[in-house]
Design a binder for this molecule. Sequence first.
Ligand SMILES: [Fe+2]
Length: 286
Amino acid sequence: MNCTQIRLELGLPKPIRLLHISDTHLSYADERDDERKRVLAEQRRVCFEGTDSGRCMRYLDEAISHVKANCDLLLHTGDLIDFVSYRNLDLAREKLADVPNFVATGNHEFSLYVGEAFEDTAYKMQSMPLVQPAFGNDLLFASRRIGGVNLVAVDDSYYHFNSDQLKQLKSEVEKGDPILLLLHTPLHTDELFHEAMESHHQECAYLAGTPEEKLQRYAPDRQIQQRPTPETLEFIEYVRQCPAIRAILAGHLHFTYNYSGAFSPYANQYVVGGGYYNCAEEFELI
Ligand SMILES: [Fe+2]
């Protein structure tokens, strides 16, 4: 594993160890799915695995074994599966049943055929009844308190937050424990924007909360996709000013390495590289 060790001092009664991975992109389909999904599965496996066939699953299994031997919990920040299929959802259920875990959803958890539609809440909710039961916690908003820390997972997989999520986050903050915030899409910082656009020469940075003047560099469809709503900006501003939020864990960017940078006076943002590159971050909370 390409694993970065991170230690956070939170004043816990005893240390907790968490392994963070993201973007596994399991791509399978079987006879229960249609021909289009079976063809898509083959094509997408080649995208993520190249000539190293089976590595998405193998790296996930490696992370699960590592957690069983060394950690309290596996954290997955989304795109465990690449698209909705019976086989992918069975695999998600099976793998997650094998290890204590807490997840945030990615955009691909609800993707029916990958890139075939504009992804909005209505699109997501079509698949929710099939997808949600494969995961152990609520995919829109969830919290898990463990050993004096509160893990909070919020769905920002389509680059937006809503006012319900902000209300729920505020009530988690009131509980008083330090919070690790799990997101799929990282939050905009100028440094991370620069990393994506200049170091990786991307057409857009794939971040939540990117300011208007920076969005002007994107193609029109990417501007529409990634332009923050007022509720999104309000949520992010709250996170920035909240001393209880001690770290932000995200994925989505598919870097080949693990990135971290300051987000607020209280929290760094940790963007783990692609799971299909075997990237992971091990957090020791003390
Ligand atoms: Fe992804």
